[in-house]
Design a protein around this ligand. Sequence first.
Ligand SMILES: Cc1cc2nc3c(=O)[nH]c(=O)nc-3n(C[C@H](O)[C@H](O)[C@H](O)COP(=O)(O)OP(=O)(O)OC[C@H]3O[C@@H](n4cnc5c(N)ncnc54)[C@H](O)[C@@H]3O)c2cc1C
Length: 420
Amino acid sequence: MPMESWRSGVDVAIIGAGAAGVAAARALQSRRPDLALALLEASGRIGGRARTDHPAELDGLAIDLGCGWLHGARTNAWTAIAEEVGLTVDRTPAPWSEGGRQIEEKDAEARAARAAVNGFFERVYSYDGEEDLPLSAMLAADDPWTAQVHAVGAFMTGDELDRSSVIDLGQYDPGPGPDWRIRQGYGTLVATYAAPLPVHTKTEVRRIDHSGAGHILLSTGKGDLKAKAVIVAVSTNVLAAEKIAFWPPLPDKIEAAARLPLGLANKLFLKAHRPEMFPADTHLLGSHHSRRTGAYQLKPFGAPIVEAYFAGDLARDLERQGMDAAFDFSVAEMKRVFGSDVGKHLSPAVMSGWAGEPFVGGSYSYATPGAPGLRQVLATPCDRRIFFAGEACSPTRYSTAHGAYESGVVAAEAVAAALI
Ligand SMILES: Cc1cc2nc3c(=O)[nH]c(=O)nc-3n(C[C@H](O)[C@H](O)[C@H](O)COP(=O)(O)OP(=O)(O)OC[C@H]3O[C@@H](n4cnc5c(N)ncnc54)[C@H](O)[C@@H]3O)c2cc1C
């Protein structure tokens, strides 16, 4: 849609072209082709936290800097969409699932650490107390594997155990099925699905004025836009930082977003110069004894790379220190298994920096203790004309790209019903 047509306004403005905003716009387009839509995206790119790059340092290989796994793949809406748009769903088992490959699978220490982690998750999932608690309350006393539980907990929530809620993690349910991947990248999938949409990139929404009865007025970096309804599909950290000003203010939404912050996970991609050193699609945990450890996916799809994954405080520190520091950290951890020379056969290629992404500000949402119910508060529409979507709105599939998708469809259905 050309910008000039904004002068007459649109029926629905969708803010944010991540998985949720794209899903909302596609669902509206098919349910209500009579409505004029505008999908407004602050950055220069579609996909948000779904981001596939093809860096020259890795010879143009498709790598996902954000989401990579189709969790709950059999019922994950993106699986069917990938097939529909002609992308390839790779069904190699994820390292943590049945048939998945771990480098130390049979190692006694690794097994004991895994058992401790499983025990922790059983306590979380069976917790039925009324009072919400920090996840650290579920640690077993005198457990020699506490550091490992801390590390795995941080991979899940993106933050440390003492900051996130037991009840929230106990409600997490990505759906049945294994975890699969898309060869061309999860980010490619979301961007491909957005192709028929009227997307306006580099269009940051700064203010939403809903004081008038007739229409909502959006102030954007490219001028003002009138809309009958708005779907806000930005991250909780963007909302909590009040990068979008609501008039009149919506303090419940801002508080909900602040108590559902984004944890941090970052990926570092290493180029393997002697790829035969590493088994394909195999997983290595950097340490079983330190809570500050990375997870390493060796040769994903058989490609000559290593994908390192850091979460929580470690991810924060390494993002601040930069890619060379993250590389040194990874090499030091990989020496344990691959010997002291491993660093000579690797070089750093690309690293994500999600905390510093101005229109995202982190990786995936978790609830602080006492806040799981705020996911519903965040998702509830205002006056049947301001609707909210995004992964954090999903009570069970938060933190995922398919939870984001589902929240977008729910918002679209509510808009379709409201605009009759
Ligand atoms: C390292 C990492 C690994 C992950 N791994 C997985 C995984 O394996 N599987 C999985 O399912 N999920 C994973 N996730 C999480 C998943 O990527 C997210 O949950 C999902 O992509 C969020 O989508 P969203 O639409 O809710 O938000 P976003 O992707 O954040 O989209 C919001 C959009 O709004 C835009 N925006 C912000 N402010 C404004 C404004 N003022 N005006 C206009 N536009 C604005 C942003 O630029 C962005 O494009 C991972 C995330 C990260 C970072």
